[in-house]
Design a binder for this molecule. Structure first.
Ligand code: SF4
Length: 342
């Protein structure tokens, strides 16, 4: 049976109309789902019995079973959830002065296979359904007892490899009658699936786009991200410029700093050369060591030097304040550890 949280407002409205129910029932159903946040059709008191029967016969609720919860000293919380089919997914909630943000997973496993990533060690099993992504937000809100203010699609999986579901998710999160989270508080992070960057640009959403670049040249990037052999840096930059033209929204470049791989002076200089004329903001992220890889976190002095060179080169850049360093906060770490211990 399909999850009731899989549907955008417009999709559900159309389904109800097709099945002989009034359009305004969509608002009532969504009020139960996203305002009262109930998890049973039985509780939808204002619906007529024929509609309730129709809903119960055709749709169901996902329930995420909490398998593990880790809390960091800085308040970052990581949740490992089990889905109906037994698969595990992770979500991370971070506390900031401007509110709570959540990083959610979009797939079970990931086929992109970045060599530095814990999730990349587990091949994609399947895409997450829209409702399974929505529920990560709803369930995490319930567990922390506070509202989530922003959502980042940067957990396990490549969001653009689950494109249609991700777009529906964004619509539900953003919809006034849905979770009502502003488009500018939603961020999709991609490893650089170029055709989907063009598709995303054409949708002209006001959602943030982040690109995991992690290297200034194809030589370095090929070692870290095998997808670069399909979509080279030049192709990504071309797509990114198209995105900027279409949306007028600045793109974030994610750059994980790994010792002696991409944190050298020459890498910083090459990055300046690559990005000096593109409207981007660069987010430097100290690497979180992943078991089973030979990569090491860039030492603090290298991180600061890299930051300094980029700033001097005129780039808009920050070094991310780390969160959840004392727990398995890098995407996929908790899940891959749990899988290995099975
Ligand atoms: S970094 Fe992201 S895209 Fe790369 S393997 Fe990990 S989850 Fe997949």
């Amino acid at each position: 049976m399909n999850l009731i949280h899989n549907y955008t407002f417009e999709d559900l409205q159309e389904i109800l109309l097709e099945n002989g129910f009034k359009k305004y029932r969509t608002s009532q159903i969504w009020d139960w789902l996203y305002d009262k946040k109930i998890n049973s059709f039985e509780l939808m008191k204002n619906l007529p019995s024929d509609l309730l029967t129709y809903l119960k016969t055709n749709y169901t609720f996902e329930s995420l079973e909490l398998v593990e919860r880790q809390t960091s000293k800085d308040g970052t919380e990581k949740f490992l959830y089990k889905l109906r089919d037994g698969n595990l997914i992770e979500s991370v909630v971070m506390r900031h002065h401007y509110g709570n943000s959540i990083c959610i997973s979009t797939q079970i496993g990931c086929n992109i296979g970045c060599s530095f990533c814990a999730s990349g060690q587990i091949k994609r099993v399947r895409n997450l359904e829209v409702g399974e992504m929505v529920l990560q937000v709803l369930e995490s809100e319930r567990l922390i007892g506070e509202k989530i203010d922003s959502v980042v699609l940067m957990g396990i999986g490549e969001p653009f490899d689950n494109f249609d579901n991700v777009i529906k998710l964004l619509k539900i999160l953003n919809h006034q009658k849905g979770l009502n989270i502003g488009a500018r508080k939603l961020t999709v992070s991609t490893s650089g699936i170029v055709p989907r960057i063009y598709d995303f640009a054409d949708l002209k959403l006001q959602v943030n786009l982040a690109i995991s670049l992690h290297a200034p040249t194809d030589d370095v990037r090929n070692k870290l991200m095998k997808i670069n052999r399909i979509y080279s840096i030049a192709k990504i930059i071309e797509a990114l410029k198209y995105y900027l033209e279409q949306t007028n929204r600045r793109v974030t470049i994610e750059y994980i700093l790994i010792e002696d791989v991409n944190d050298r002076e020459i890498d910083a200089l090459n990055l300046i050369e690559l990005l000096k004329d593109v409207n981007v903001y660069i987010n430097l992220i100290p690497y979180n060591k992943v078991l089973g890889t030979n990569y090491e976190r860039s030492p603090e002095k290298n991180q600061k030097k890299f930051l300094h060179i980029l700033k001097r080169g005129g780039l808009d850049v920050t070094l991310r304040k780390e969160q959840g360093h004392d727990i398995d906060a890098a995407c996929g770490q908790l899940r891959s550890k749990t899988e290995k211990n099975k």
